[in-house]
Design a protein around this ligand. Sequence first.
Ligand SMILES: NC(=O)c1ccc[n+]([C@@H]2O[C@H](COP(=O)([O-])OP(=O)(O)OC[C@H]3O[C@@H](n4cnc5c(N)ncnc54)[C@H](O)[C@@H]3O)[C@@H](O)[C@H]2O)c1
Length: 252
Amino acid sequence: MSGVTLVGKVALVTGAGSATGLGNAIARALATAGAEVVLGDIDIDGVTRNAAAIGAAGRAIFMDVTDESSVQAAVHEVGPVDILVNNAGVTQRMPIWELSTDDFDRLLSINLRGGFVCLRAVVAGMMARRWGRVIWISSVAGKQGGGIIGTAHYAASKAGVIGLCQAAARELGPYGITSNAIAPGFILTGIATKALDPKQEAELDRTISTTAPVRRSGVPEDVASAALFLASEEASYVTGEVMDVNGGIYFD
Ligand SMILES: NC(=O)c1ccc[n+]([C@@H]2O[C@H](COP(=O)([O-])OP(=O)(O)OC[C@H]3O[C@@H](n4cnc5c(N)ncnc54)[C@H](O)[C@@H]3O)[C@@H](O)[C@H]2O)c1
């Protein structure tokens, strides 16, 4: 998206350690628009590599979103954060009757509680400065009870993200802070590669490429463009929105 400027803004993108993931693509897009971008992840080697590829505007930091003290320490080191992208997430495919409560808790603590922990760490500063952008990465799975990539606990976490996003939109709007979610569909690479074997991934790619209205699977840049818009000044009147970025496989 050309024309957007984020010069003078600091963005924190969580889960930005995967080279092929959405977080890295989002970080690159925000940096291209002029933001200083902090890439946070438990994968410190990954964020170090991705930040170096961005250049002077990129910075890597260790951050475990399940651990509040780790997030607080990282944010303390970073300083004021204007744009928070809650992207860190994992998935698992498991039928309900085989799903353990430990697996349920573990996934929710990353995908849902993790975003809340990050928001808590930055929200007071955004409120004081009367400007902020909070972008949550949900999923089509959170709108339709799961999907190919994630099952019950994943769906619950991503539906929960929408609730948190919209509550934050209501409560933080008066302070100049918008809160919006992106619900990607099937995006090649990243989490999808981990959840599916190569044969399943190729089959899904084929199915989506022949049935989705836009006739292709998504790429990380599709999600990054949406994040860039939501981070921009131009999106200041958009809040509580859940933007489907899925090529039309689902809409409401
Ligand atoms: N790729 C898709 O098709 C798709 C579709 C819908 C939603 N999503 C969502 O997009 C987000 C990014 O997914 P992706 O495809 O880039 O996956 P990915 O696996 O490539 O990246 C996820 C990153 O999160 C990091 N992470 C995991 N646990 C963490 C923790 N405790 N603290 C900090 N970082 C942690 C991982 O190290 C990894 O770098 C996720 O929230 C995912 O649920 C992806």
